[in-house]
Design a protein around this ligand. Structure first.
Ligand code: PGA
Length: 255
């Protein structure tokens, strides 16, 4: 295992929080706090906030991401947003297949794959979320499920495009619940993801892919989580809405 081969990425996932004006204010508050980061710093924001967020982040080390992308380039898909629209707006990253989208909006492993292909084709970096429910964990399916979701998401993604892929291991039972996976559970889950990538693309390539942990990562537990060999940063929900907490997580990943 060689962490030096891959970039640590701390990405906030604001979910359905913050108006455009609030987004700009929070980014302005964060900028000085994260300016010395030795990791990538990304904020994935609601679509309507993107122009204000891109403007506020200009000239700083914060990059802006979206929370979803459609898989077609254009067409009769009311309410959806295409990858090239995000690119033109200054977006660099996009969260795909978050468990909330899988749970509430009919996202499947197939649509996650299609969105991932569309994102990569447009030059975006896809932050693809995978994760087991508590029931699946208790049944002993964690490894099988994480490997399946990872391989499905990456179907037809070429090895040369893996530099535009981040996988976020997010145990569903740990998201927004305050229950964090232990550092060992996070490392193990991330390890399954990396193994799945190795099974398809080979071990050497798998060592270069950033695999984040997400699920109640916060200012208190970030140090221990990001210290794990397979944990290359995090996807942060609640704690990314507080400038001070987010900056502490960024600092943890910069060590
Ligand atoms: P949380 O969310 O940090 O609030 O648990 C993480 C996520 O959903 O990406």
């Amino acid at each position: 295992m060689n962490k030096a081969k891959r970039a640590a990425v701390i990405a906030g996932n604001w979910k359905m929080n913050k108006t455009p004006a609030e987004a700009a204010a929070l980014i302005n508050e964060m900028k000085p706090l994260v300016k010395d980061a030795d990791c990538k710093v990304v904020l994935c924001v609601p679509a309507i906030d993107i122009p204000a967020a891109v403007e506020a982040a200009k000239g700083s080390n914060i990059e802006i991401g979206a929370e979803n992308v459609h898989f077609k380039e254009s067409g009769a898909y009311t309410g959806e947003i295409a990858a090239n629209m995000l690119v033109e707006a200054g977006v660099k990253y996009v969260v795909i297949g978050h468990s909330e989208r899988r749970q509430y909006f009919g996202e499947t492993d197939q649509t996650v794959n299609l969105r991932t292909l569309a994102a990569v084709k447009a030059g975006l970096t896809a932050i693809v979320c995978v994760g087991e429910t508590l029931e699946q964990r208790e049944l002993g399916y964690t490894e099988t499920l994480l490997k399946f979701q990872t391989k499905m998401a990456l179907t037809n993604v070429s090895a040369s495009d893996l530099d535009k892929i981040i996988i976020a291991y997010e145990p569903v039972w740990a998201i927004g619940t305050g229950v964090t996976a232990t550092a060992e559970q996070a490392d193990e889950g991330n390890g399954y993801v990396r193994e799945a990538i190795a099974e398809v693309y080979g071990k050497e390539v798998a060592e270069t892919v950033t695999v984040q942990y997400g699920g109640s990562m916060n200012a208190k537990n970030a140090d221990e989580l990001v210290a794990k060999v397979n944990v290359d940063g995090g996807l942060i929900g609640g704690a990314s809405l507080k400038a001070e907490d987010f900056s502490v997580i960024v600092k943890a990943a910069s060590k």
